[in-house]
Each structure stands twice: as C-alpha cells, then as structure tokens.
Design a protein around this ligand. Structure first.
Ligand code: ADP
Ligand code: ASP
Ligand code: MG
Length: 450
C-alpha cells in the first residue's frame, strides 16, 4: 500500500464550524491522510460525563440544551444541514433517554454508552463537511473495528481482533480511495457493549488504528503547535521540541502532559510508527516528531505536571524487621485495580501516590471507601490530598553529577512532600502542594531550560 497517515483531531479542533473547516482543509491538503480519528467537540464529553453520573432534572435539561447548542451551531453553518440534522437529533434524543436512566441508576456500562455519543456526533458532522468540500469521506463506526475487554471507563484493546476487523472493515475502504472518518475513544466489548479507553483516549485510538493498518505515521492535530519543554499554558517561555523519543514522550504523557494520552505511544513503540504533533489552527507553524531514536538526547528534556494527586502513607510497627508487608499492601491495591505511581519507603512506613481519578472516563475517585477500610484493617493509613506531582523528564539522570543539588536548590522555597530519584533513569519526581505547582514548574523550567 502507498504512504498512509492516520490523523487525529482533538476536541478544540472540532469545537465549532470554523475549527472543523480548518481540519477539513488539512485532510484535503494531505493526500496521505486517509484515516481520520475525531474527538467529541470540546466540552461535550465533560457534559456527558456529568449526565452519566446522574443529575437532577433541572441540571439535566440545562446540559442537554448546552450540548444541543454546541452541535446546532455547527449544523447551522453547514450547506446542507438536512443531510445530518435527523441523525444528530436521533443521537441527542438517545443522550436524553440514557441520561434519564442514569438519573435513576448509574452504571459503568451506561456511562460508556452515553459518553460515546460525543464522538458519534462530531464524526457525522465532519463527514458532511468533507462531502461539501467534494472529499470522498466515508463515516465508519469505530466499534466495528476496535475490540476491547469489558473494563468500562478504561478498556484495554484486543489487538488480534482489532487487526482482523480493521482488515475487513477499513482496508477495503482505503483501497477504494475513501477517506475514513471515525471516532476516537470508544470501542466494543465481546458482549457488544460500548466501551471507552479513558479520558483523552482518542490519541490512543489513532495509534492503534495506525498499527493495524501498517500506517507510516500518526498525525495528532491539536491546539498547540507541538510538544513543548513544559505545558505552554503554565510557562510562557516553554520551547517547542523539534524531535523527542518515544520513551521521553511516553514519560511526559504518563506524568500528565495532556498533549498525548499515556497509552498512545504503546502501539507506536511496538510498531515503530513516528507520531507528529501539530496545531490544527496553525499547521504552518510546524510541530514535533516523536520517533524511536532522535539525537541528541539532552539530560533534561521536559517537565510534566499532574494535579490532584493523593499521598497515602501506610505505617505499621509490625513492619520493623518483618517480611511481607509491602507484598500485602500491593496485593490489596492490585485487588482494587490501583496502579501506584511513586513510592518511598522507610523501615516502618511506606508512602505512595495515587492519581485521583486515574483518567478513567467516569472520573470517579480511585480511593474508594472499600480500599481504605481494607488498608486500615492492616495498618495505619494517612491520606493527604491537594497535591501535585512534578516530573522532570530526561536521559541518564542517574549518571549525571549534581542533579539532586540543582533540584533541591530550586525547590528551597517550597514544601516538598516527597522526592523520588534513582529508580528511573528518565525521571525525577517531586510532590508539592497543588497551589504551589505552577510556581514550582516555572522555577524548575527557568533553572533547567532558560
Ligand atoms: P486535544 O483536545 O487536541 O486532545 P488536549 O487538551 O488533550 O488536546 O492536549 C493539548 C494540551 O496539552 C495543550 O493545550 C496544553 O495545554 C497541554 N500540554 C501539557 N503539556 C504540554 C506540553 N509539554 N507540550 C504541549 N502541550 C502540553
Ligand atoms: N472525548 C474524549 C475526552 O474528552 C476523548 C478525547 O478527547 O480524546 O476525553
Ligand atoms: Mg487530548
């Protein structure tokens, strides 16, 4: 097959008619882009999550009106609204029915079914827009391609089945010269139920489809012209990175750089598919290429920030000279499907951080009462919240003299709750108060990059 790019446009890129038109122009201008993955229009998924968590009828009506208004503003600018209005109304109606059910009883499966409607609507609208620009766009229900397990809210793809379905559903369309327009974020489990890959999961969908289609690259079109040394919304002096390695980008994503979903790099690394990040509003500004082995590899590459972290400190005097304490703690955490991020230990205590919502689609708290009760039966548990994890990402950080000194000197004015250095050669993590996070990132950026 000739050169093939899978392009993904995020929420702000499909927020309104003008933004969508700019994306359509990008697709049309690049003959290699033959598969397009879309997010829901900006704001829609948040609204749908709120509906799925169950809300009072007044709030429900207000949200439904807001969702309708966002999509109608796009329809109103389309040349032939009659081609999509009926389908959008059907989807909006479906949202209302599901939201009413959620008002009575919520469930993870219902949540995923409901929030999948955002991507359903944006892809219908975008396909119509492309047709009006004489582009041979073909709408595809991605659930016929992306097969997942049944872990609603954060489903894991079944690679083999997804490959088979892509061969059947997508490849013939591409061979016919169609431009496939499909949804990010969602999939289908073995029972035929809709699942989601976790918030921000459309990037992941794009990389998965690129892998099963043997694509040459993945183009992530977003609202920033590339990956920066840190979030440019936090540090005005952040610099764009021309190239960055898969590993470095994966570390950044894991530690909160929202520009890429953390799982996106898995298929890209596995199949060595370069990922490009650029701005859909200003494609001419260029962007960042994420590849396997770009050179040079600086000691400090970037700073990532993840807010709303929880620190759990577990202590027990029986831990002194005892075996099995950590094994038991981890068994309890594993049972509750909690993945631990950063951990420090002493002879009688262990402190570990949790991501409050773990990026599951429903946004529900990871620290459930059940988990706390189980831990408390076993040891003393202290929970601190309103913390932020600041990660310094780089290369061979453990082999460089003076790293710790440089960090400690910069962090002097702040209450640093925890530092993790040494386990990873690619990151150093510190936990600070949420309220100090922006200042800490700015101070570190100035010290390390400016
Ligand atoms: P999309 O809706 O297109 O998926 P996201 O909001 O998920 O977009 O991701 C883009 C955002 O990621 C940017 O607006 C920016 O604020 C944030 N971001 C965080 N860290 C970085 C970084 N290092 N470089 C660029 N953007 C970053
Ligand atoms: N619409 C989903 C979200 O807001 C997925 C995505 O945008 O990637 O999380
Ligand atoms: Mg995103």
């Amino acid at each position: 097959m000739s050169y093939l790019s899978v392009a993904k446009f995020g929420g702000t890129s499909v927020a309104d008619f003008e933004a969508m038109s700019a994306c359509a122009d990008i697709v049309i201008a690049d003959a290699n882009t033959r598969v397009v993955v879309l997010s829901a229009s900006a704001g829609i998924t948040n609204y749908l999550v709120e509906l799925a968590n169950g809300c009072e009828s007044e709030r429900r009506e207000a949200i439904l009106a807001a969702v309708r208004a966002i999509q109608y503003r796009i329809i109103d600018n389309i040349q032939h609204p009659e081609n999509v209005r009926e389908e959008i109304d059907r989807l909006l109606n479906q949202i209302q029915i599901l939201a009413e059910s959620a008002g009575l009883a919520t469930s993870p499966a219902l949540t995923d079914e409901l929030i999948s409607h955002g991507e359903m609507m944006s892809t219908r609208l975008f396909t119509q827009l492309l047709h009006e620009k004489q582009c041979p766009a073909e709408w595809v229900d991605v659930r016929n391609v992306v097969a997942t397990n049944s872990q609603f809210g954060k489903a894991a793809p079944d690679d083999t089945k997804t490959q088979q379905q892509a061969d059947l559903v997508l490849k013939p369309l591409i061979a016919q010269g169609k431009i496939v327009i499909t949804q990010g974020f969602i999939g289908r489990d073995e029972q035929g139920k809709t699942t989601t890959l976790g918030r921000g999961g459309s990037d992941y969908t794009a990389a998965l489809l690129a892998e099963v289609l043997n694509a040459n690259d993945v183009l992530i079109w977003t609202d920033v012209p590339g990956i920066y040394t840190t979030d440019p919304r936090i540090v005005a002096n952040a610099k764009r990175l021309e190239t960055i390695s898969f590993n470095e980008a994966a570390e950044m994503a894991t530690f909160g750089a929202k520009v890429l979903h953390p799982a996106t790099l898995l298929p890209a690394v596995r199949s060595n598919i370069p990922v490009y990040v650029g701005s859909s509003k200003a494609p001419q500004q260029g962007g960042t290429w994420v590849t396997r082995d770009p050179q040079p590899r600086p000691t400090f590459r970037a700073i990532a920030l993840r807010r709303n972290q929880i620190l759990i400190t577990l202590s027990s005097l029986s831990m002194l000279h005892a075996q099995g304490f950590l094994a038991n703690v981890f068994a309890i955490l594993a049972k509750h499907k909690i993945s631990v991020d950063v951990i420090t230990t002493s002879e009688v205590s262990v402190a570990l951080t949790l991501d409050k919502t773990g990026s599951a689609s429903s946004g529900t708290d990871m620290l459930s009462l059940d988990l706390l009760t189980e831990l408390q039966a076993y040891c003393n548990v202290q929970v601190e919240s309103d913390l932020a994890l600041v990660a310094i990402i780089g290369n061979h950080l453990h082999r460089q003299a003076g790293i710790a000194g440089q960090l400690f000197a910069t962090l002097v004015p702040y209450n640093v709750r925890l530092i993790s250095y040494g386990a990873s050669t690619n990151n150093v993590c510190t936990l600070v108060k949420n309220e100090d996070a922006n200042q800490v990132v700015n101070a570190l950026h100035q010290a390390l990059f400016e």
